[in-house]
Design a protein around this ligand. Sequence first.
Ligand SMILES: C[S@@+](CC[C@H](N)C(=O)[O-])C[C@H]1O[C@@H](n2cnc3c(N)ncnc32)[C@H](O)[C@@H]1O
Length: 265
Amino acid sequence: MTKSNLHQELVREQAGKICETYKISQDEVSNILVSKIEDYPKLKKLIADANNLKSVYRTREFKDFIKKIRKEIYFQLRTYKKVSDSITDSHISTRERAPYLQDFFKQIDGYLQGAETILDLGGGLFPASFPFDIYPKLKKYVWVDKNKDAYEILKKHPHNKLILHNYPLNKNNWEYYLPNGKKEFDLVFMLKLIPVLHRQERHLLEFLSTVPAKLVLITGSKEAMVKKQDIFKRENAVITKFIDNHQKEIIKKIDLPNEFGYLIE
Ligand SMILES: C[S@@+](CC[C@H](N)C(=O)[O-])C[C@H]1O[C@@H](n2cnc3c(N)ncnc32)[C@H](O)[C@@H]1O
């Protein structure tokens, strides 16, 4: 193998390994590796001088480099960044739902048709993929999320029915978000939110159960957000416990290849 091939081989092998763990394409990882390796001149020289990759993989330089790359990819996948022209591609939750979006809306279409008010809790970038045009009855879509990046991205793509509140969920009482004259929302979205709160801010679940709503749609993921790992059982247990604890009734189940959910009242 020639010296320059060794460099390419390292990128190919490592990109393959990273893709086994993380939900990112081989091309994306290869591009990251190729550009980041430029910041590691010692490693570049080691590769240039080496006869095989095994000796490179044993070095501290390589180990530090790959550890840093894996960490960066992990954080990149978890955060909201404008990564492409499509804003729904900017976060993994919405990006993953994108291929099944039509199916998603088809499964709740009857309920959406009748809704005048929607509250989207921990909404992320979901409003960016919401088909406002096909739900003319909808008057207000209220979004609440503490994430600043998601807020900034949505602010650049306004819609006259979309109201954005960049707050933590327990910052205000529910009356604060209710449109004038309304006592409850027709539909509340808690998409991929309950398992996150269960892990990070369990005390908020009680508050969430008091949301004034005719219907609530709760979903969870079948696969972990960043890593390739089946998490259906774990997420389903958390969500069904939340529903049982608050004595809500499941009126419809939602099922997509990588997401599941319950419509409750
Ligand atoms: C897994 S993402 C789901 C995003 C979106 N609902 C979807 O399904 O595409 C969870 C979202 O909940 C938001 N979130 C988590 N804890 C929150 C809190 N305490 N207050 C407000 N937002 C929160 C995060 O910022 C993130 O945008």
